[in-house]
Write a protein that binds this ligand. Structure first.
Ligand code: ZN
Length: 427
């Protein structure tokens, strides 16, 4: 019998259903260790079947869309509006079990809490298990969420192919049970007008919450980036003993100067309060030509700069170009940075972030505020003008590896926070 309206039910999220769900997912092993939930492949498909079984056994309404994203829903007191709690179920090869899946498990814990206490939330709650977030398998980001939002470019269905097999994205979607016609038409797969917010719970992929000794964080923004994936510095090969300093065209010395100066710039801007990361992830000379007694005539490198602020990104980019031109004259070299790629920073919804911090306070959980350094599906929802927020859960050892570690106690705290949020969220 329903007691809703008379008590403050549900009191507890259904932690058991969440743990059982995660335990089933953990069985999808990679032969080289960790889990393997390949996007639109055997692993991810199996994870979505587990999601379906869990949703149905809970008594939620289950559906799958044209891009094979899965949804579990319970009706709210106002059934015409819905809060979406979502994250991805795919993983990188030899991945960890919690990246993505922990967020879906949290959503199921909340649904289970409402169902067990026979209570309706203020608005409907939809838990969304999102497809193909990891860009390892198909070289494109946020495929599932962009398809659901109706913003996946139709040509991606034919042009984006799976890195290991060469199968096209469209064929992989069909093989997983999807339909291409609505995606080609860019038909949104969720009723966009009904969404009051999108919350993505996710393990933290850096060490901030451990350093702060906080179990959870409300995420204020997702860093955007500019990137040069294949930059080169061109100088001239020369004899190391016979070439004087003032005529050398040393590409290694020039690039090293660029790396060191960009690092100083980062330190300077960080001290001024800017949110920023600067990473030269690769720096190498050509093994076919480099040698012990040669000045290096060519170096190649990549650069990844991220910030939660567009202004900071543009400022650093302008400084980069200025530095490049200074080093070109001081070191007699030429830089060819190649194609600039990147993404815009996502500013998350202040109301939802505030709602999460208030829910944390109400459940007695210490809650940190921070920007996310990694990209997430929430960025795609944010770009589609859906008010979005993220809830980070403390996690050891980073992610994208089998050693990631989220404690059950921290997961339970996050579930309490999310449940408290859902009980108060009227949209
Ligand atoms: Zn993730």
């Amino acid at each position: 019998m329903s007691q809703s309206g008379m008590t403050d039910l549900p009191k507890r999220p259904d932690l058991q259903v969440a743990q059982a769900f995660l335990a089933e997912l953990a069985k999808i092993r990679d032969v080289d260790g960790g889990v393997r939930r390949d996007s639109y492949g055997e692993g991810e498909n199996r994870a979505h079947r587990i999601f379906r079984e869990t949703a149905v056994s809970l008594g939620a309404t289950w559906r799958q869309d044209a891009a094979c994203n899965s949804y579990a829903r319970i009706e709210g007191q106002d059934p015409s509006r819905q809060l979406i709690i979502g994250s991805h179920l795919d993983s990188v090869p030899t991945g960890g079990n919690f990246d993505g899946a922990a967020g879906v498990a949290l959503g199921l814990a909340v649904l289970g809490g409402f169902i067990a206490s026979d209570t309706r939330p203020p608005v409907s709650i939809t838990v969304m298990a999102i497809r193909a977030e990891e860009s390892t398998w198909f070289n494109a980001s946020y495929i599932g969420s962009r398809a659901a939002l109706g913003v996946l470019a139709p040509e991606e269905l034919t042009q984006v192919v799976r890195a290991d097999s060469g199968q096209s994205l469209g064929d992989a979607i069909v093989e997983s049970g999807g339909t291409l016609a609505p995606l080609v038409r860019r038909a949104p797969q969720i009723d966009l007008g009904s969404i009051t917010g999108f919350i993505e719970p996710h393990i933290e992929q850096g060490p901030a919450l451990i350093a702060e000794n906080m179990p959870v964080a409300a995420v204020t923004g997702i860093r955007g980036s500019f990137r040069y994936r294949s930059a080169r510095c061109l100088g001239a090969y020369a004899h190391s003993g016979a070439t004087p300093r003032d005529v050398r065209q040393d590409s290694i010395a020039a690039t090293a100067r660029l790396v060191a100066t960009m690092d100083e710039l980062w330190e300077h801007l960080e001290n001024e309060g800017h949110d920023l990361t600067v990473t030269f992830g690769r720096f190498e000379s050509d093994p076919r030509h480099h040698a012990f007694s040669k000045v290096a005539g060519e170096a190649s490198f990549c650069l990844d700069v991220r910030s939660a602020s567009d202004d900071t990104l543009e400022r650093v980019h302008a400084d980069l170009l200025r530095l490049v031109s200074e080093i070109e004259s001081s070191h007699r070299v030429r830089f060819d940075l190649g194609e600039r790629t990147g993404s815009d920073p996502a500013v998350l919804s202040t109301e939802l972030v505030q709602g999460l911090t208030e829910a944390a306070r109400a459940s007695g959980a210490p809650c940190h505020l921070m920007a996310s350094g990694a990209g997430h599906d929430a960025a795609a929802f944010c770009a589609a003008a859906v008010p979005s927020a993220m809830l980070f859960i403390r996690n050891r050892n980073g992610s994208h590896n089998p050693d990631e570690h989220m404690s059950e106690a921290d997961f339970n705290i996050a579930a309490e926070v999310l449940l408290a949020f859902c009980k108060r969220h009227h949209g």
